[in-house]
Design a protein. Structure first.
Length: 204
């Protein structure tokens, strides 16, 4: 998937896109991105306050609907200004106190089971992200989330259903479709600082 050098470019692009939006109401133009970053891939951009690492925004595309660089530029702006859980980023000074993290995703695949009781054995915390769907309801959690909260596989399934607006145990009733995906996570160590890859168990 992405190299550390490519991820450094993408995180700089995300930061530039937020800065551009603060200045002129438009995301950064990613037309000059290297060819390797023009392939459509799913991606999420996450913002954390520094040094607390508290969540400040997170929005993305689970499916490969845009070239990677374009998706990063777009999702960076959405994470900073359109995440309904948080007020919009207010200034370049506030941006200077945020850490940018990107998650580059594989395409989600339906987890096939004969019985819902098999789900915990079919997924792996630290490797998989999950999507729960039932009718019009859908919720997604990235691979790093259960590691941060120290969940096991059953807890991960419950929290994914809860994210979808479903009962936490809805995955057990056979009416919820569970999909999984893997990915790479890259984050700044400090605002505008060195970028590092976050190691996940069984990373693809």
């Amino acid at each position: 998937m992405a190299s550390l050098e490519e991820a450094t470019y993408l995180i700089a692009l995300a930061r530039k896109s937020i800065r551009n939006y603060l200045r002129n109401g438009k995301p950064a133009n990613a037309s000059d991105a290297p060819a390797a970053l023009r392939k459509p891939l799913g991606v999420f951009v996450t913002l954390h306050s520094y040094p607390s690492r508290e969540l400040r925004g997170c929005i993305g595309y689970p499916l490969p609907v845009k070239p990677l660089a374009d998706a990063i530029a777009d999702c960076a702006v959405k994470s900073a200004f359109e995440d309904p859980r948080f007020p919009p980023v207010s200034s370049e000074k506030e941006l200077g106190g945020l850490i940018v993290e990107i998650s580059v995703l594989t395409e989600p695949q339906v987890v096939k089971v004969k019985s819902p009781s098999e789900y915990p054995k079919k997924i792996k915390v630290g490797r998989d992200g999950l999507i729960a769907r039932s009718g019009f309801y859908s919720g997604l959690l990235l691979p790093q989330v259960p590691l941060e909260w120290k969940w096991d596989e059953e807890e991960f399934l419950c929290h994914t259903c809860n994210k979808a607006g479903l009962h936490p145990d809805a995955w057990r009733d056979g009416k919820v479709e569970i999909s999984s995906f893997t990915g790479q996570v890259f984050s700044e160590k400090t605002p505008s600082g060195v970028v590092e890859e976050q190691k996940l168990v069984g990373k693809c």
